[in-house]
Design a protein around this ligand. Structure first.
Ligand SMILES: Nc1nc2c(c(=O)[nH]1)N=C([C@H](O)[C@@H](O)CO)CN2
Length: 117
């Protein structure tokens, strides 16, 4: 089964970073998520209760950043992946976290992780 539900370019403003000055400012992150889900059932029922609700996942990601102020992108990625797997019963996901503008001369820097089977 290779169905997925995805979210592309979800932006959050949050405190994140390892340098002292970063602890006092809000910075923008961009999040992409690809999550394994069997879309056959909602495809037949037309019921969002059978679907992986991308709006609910997006809200949960925003909530996580409202409640945490990690230093590293890796810390945020790991925790958010675990939260989505637990709260939404997602078996496998790929998560990309981008921090645009963090490195002069680079359009984007970030991390990408895959968790689950
Ligand atoms: N692999 C990582 N490298 C760096 C990170 C990070 O989160 N993961 N963070 C920083 C600083 O916070 C930087 O983004 C400030 O511009 C440096 N390297």
């Amino acid at each position: 089964m290779t169905d997925t539900v995805f979210i592309e370019g979800l932006t959050v403003e949050t405190v994140i970073g390892d340098y002292d000055w970063e602890r006092d400012v809000q910075q923008r992150l961009e999040i992409d998520l690809e999550m394994k889900w069997n879309n056959r059932m909602p495809g037949l029922s037309d019921d969002v209760g059978d679907a992986l609700d991308y709006a609910a996942v997006s809200d949960a990601v925003r909530r996580w950043f409202a409640e945490h102020q990690p230093r590293l992108l890796e810390k945020a990625a790991e925790a958010i992946a675990a939260m989505i797997q637990n709260e939404f019963e997602v078996e496998w996901l790929r998560l990309t976290l981008r921090k645009p503008g963090a490195v002069p001369g680079a359009r984007n820097v970030g991390v990408r992780i895959e968790r689950g089977i």
